[in-house]
Design a protein around this ligand. Sequence first.
Ligand SMILES: [Fe+2]
Length: 391
Amino acid sequence: MKAQPQPKAAIADRLAEARRRTYELIEPLDEAQLNRVYSPLLSPLAWDLGHIANFEELWLVQTVGEREPLHGELGRLYDAIENPRRSRNELPLLRDAELRSYLADVRERALEVLDEVDISPEAEDPLLRDGFVYELLIAHEQQHNETMLQLLQMVEDYELPDALSSVGHHSPGQAPGQLARRFEYPPVREMPHAPPTIRLPGGQYEIGAPATGFAYDNERSRHTVELAPFEIDSWPVTNREYAQFVAETGAEVPLYWEREGDGWIHTAMGRREPVATDQPVTHVSWHEADAFARWAGKRLPSEHEWEAAHPQLDAVGEVWEWTASDFLAYPGFEAFPYREYSEVFFGDEHKVLRGGSWATHRNLMRPSFRNWDLPQRRQIFSGFRCAKDAG
Ligand SMILES: [Fe+2]
């Protein structure tokens, strides 16, 4: 089935919704907080903001609109690959009022261009066909909102804006209840103590994004994989289970856990609360997830197993879930629209995460979506569930 082309007004609304959320996230902050480096692993928020606008300018204004950039060579400062996170604050970044007017000016020009271009399914330019480049930009800003939330956990007394749980775009096929759960902090779902497992028969499974509709290059092409029978936990590993693992093995505790008496305290946004035992463990590295699974007599699922089981899994969207899989190209992979989106990260250095977290916009949560990161990383909203072979 072919995806319906989106009218331009709907694209403009969704661009506006993404921007509203970006501004709502930073609304409680002063300029000093926007410019501060909280962690060597995370950019100052002012860099994220400039990068969001610069990426929009590059694609929606310069590339598809064939306009000259507003600030000449500015793009170099906001190139994520050229500028490692730890050094981003040393750059002559746009700040304060200048930064905000850059965001607004770029948006104005992007909307002008949107008015002019052909985004129909017949459009000659694959960037414009079916509005691909606009989906790319909406997703990009939403993904940066999650990165910004990683940092906002370190901001003393930060309060998530209430409006974030109610505004927004509603994609077809999404239950309205899912929207209300965006940006709840911490996640509220009660977890059962012993996770039931789901058994999947061996056989052939279709993996990856269908040929039409928006997806990233790394999700294609859709292909058949052969899986041996396996069992997978219907729930992610909880804080209670993880605390037991720490007690028995001396494993590294998740980021933001601190010892208090006999228990554990979760610290975020300057607040200290007892760790919620029935919620999924978050902020663990791939190494810890892998060690837990072996301790529990299980293993991490492969990303194919995760995707095959996805419709039956519960609590998808609470935490990103580490899988056993390296981030590799699917058969028939073609880099689009640029090699630096996925291709340069392929190999055995990065592990794939699936699903999405409480901080992930629901627009990004499709079964074929592949997130990836280094196995030692814990600042992302990462948890996991376990699997095992079934005879
Ligand atoms: Fe980016």
